[in-house]
Design a protein. Structure first.
Length: 250
């Protein structure tokens, strides 16, 4: 059983972008771009894919990666990873989203470092500074408020945080760059004990309102460690994002 492993939760269907993980970019499914990126950037970590459909399993196993079939009823990627880790048995688990094709080794090692701290939080994640007001105001780009000195996440929201009261919420790129405006990146780390308990934790009202699973952890009294990274990322949530990633490849 590995001390630490990467498990990528993979769901076939997607509301905003149907079957996006199999969407071909330059002739190859998005999921393979992610798989090969992880393997290249962080070869020291064992890698598994937790899938809910045989087509996803076939996609990764044909390329030499490992897949674990999981239930199609899971409501979150964390629930899916928790099921998969009953097979993997890792003490520490890093969750890379299956639609994040630009994850870096630095990001993954930062999560491993946060988790490896014996006095640290049972869950870890990453943030990066916003640079554009349009992104900061976009509800599809999740914000995180950080404790200034303790590397802890205080709250996550789809709303702009902090709110610029003196400007009636009207902000520009310069204001965003000058203030603690952080974008949450869809990368997580868990200690196995919290991961195994996650599905049993009651879903809080804030999670239900925001539709952000990480709020379940905060609402149940656990801390989430958070490090800031400058590494660029492109999450593929829509067909337009897929075009942006293809342009980046070019």
């Amino acid at each position: 059983m590995p001390a630490i492993a990467i498990i990528v939760p993979c769901r076939l269907e997607s509301t905003r972008f149907p079957r996006k993980l199999l969407h071909k970019i330059k002739g190859r499914p998005l999921l393979l771009w992610v798989a090969e990126r992880i393997a290249r950037e962080a070869p020291e970590f064992p890698l598994w894919f937790a899938v809910d459909d045989a087509r996803l399993a076939d996609c990764v196993t044909a390329a030499g990666f490992r897949a674990i079939m999981t239930s199609g009823a899971h409501q979150s990627g964390t629930d899916r990873i928790a099921e998969a880790n009953r097979t993997v048995g890792a003490a520490l688990v890093i969750n890379v989203q299956a639609d994040e094709p630009l994850v870096t080794g630095g990001q993954l090692r930062a999560l491993a470092e946060l988790l490896g701290d014996g006095e640290g939080a049972p869950m870890a994640t990453l943030a990066t500074p916003f640079k554009r007001a349009a992104d900061f105001l976009n509800p599809n780009q999740v914000k995180v408020v950080l404790a200034p000195s303790a590397r802890r996440a205080l709250f996550f929201s789809r709303s702009p945080m902090p709110y610029a009261r003196d400007r009636a919420g009207v902000v520009d790129d310069a204001w965003v760059a000058a203030n603690p405006c952080f974008k949450h990146l869809g990368l997580y780390g868990y200690r196995a004990d919290l991961l195994s308990q996650f599905a049993e934790l009651p879903m809080g009202q804030l999670e239900q309102i925001e539709k952000l699973e990480q709020l379940r952890v905060l609402e149940n009294g656990y801390e989430i460690a958070c490090a800031v990274t400058a590494d660029a990322t492109i999450g593929v949530d829509t067909p337009e994002d897929a075009v942006k990633f293809e342009q980046w490849l070019s």
